[in-house]
Design a protein around this ligand. Structure first.
Ligand SMILES: [Zn+2]
Length: 167
């Protein structure tokens, strides 16, 4: 049976990006694209998919995420070696990163200005500059640490999404 509802955000998005709406792509796409903008690691998305009874392998999650990046649906944010987040906000922007909690939060592109950039190596052009601003919660007067608000993704609760259609 073909997946063909009258209107579907994720399926429309996949088709517009030239990706066939396979079951894993639609299922993972729903988790990624049908809520507020977010940053998610492959492992987090894998756990989320399982908790929603979308049984895909971790390899499928990685493959699908990389296909989404190649199709321009996601942006890869490497905060340090071995820690990559996939960002549903694909336009130019920067990030705050809390190393203690692994929390990532957006910084609007206009919030950071560069006074000077180096000339690229011969034969190269600069195609983008990404800034990771590392932050650490500071103890407050009452001894409690500040926490970044959990509205922009990271390890927060996923937004409710519609169920995955059976193909
Ligand atoms: Zn972001």
């Amino acid at each position: 049976m073909a997946i063909e509802p009258t209107f579907d955000v994720t399926i429309t998005k996949l088709r517009a990006a030239g990706l066939r709406p396979t079951r894993p792509r639609v299922g993972l796409g729903r988790l990624l694209f049908e809520g507020p903008p977010r940053h998610v690691s492959a492992e987090q998305l894998y756990q989320e998919a399982r908790s929603r009874r979308l049984f895909v392998s971790l390899a499928t999650v990685y493959n699908t995420l990389h296909q989404f990046v190649a199709a321009g649906l996601l942006r890869r944010v490497v905060v340090h070696t071995g820690q990559t987040f996939f960002d549903t906000k694909v336009d130019d922007h920067h990030h705050f990163y809390d190393e203690r909690t692994g929390f990532v939060r957006d910084i609007d592109e206009r919030e950071i200005a560069f006074a000077r950039l180096p000339a690229p190596p011969p034969g190269y052009a600069i195609t983008g500059v990404e800034v990771i601003v590392r932050v650490e919660a500071q103890p407050a007067v009452d001894g409690k640490r500040a926490e970044l608000p959990s509205v922009e993704g990271g390890a927060g609760e996923p937004a409710p999404v519609s169920p995955v259609p059976r193909s």
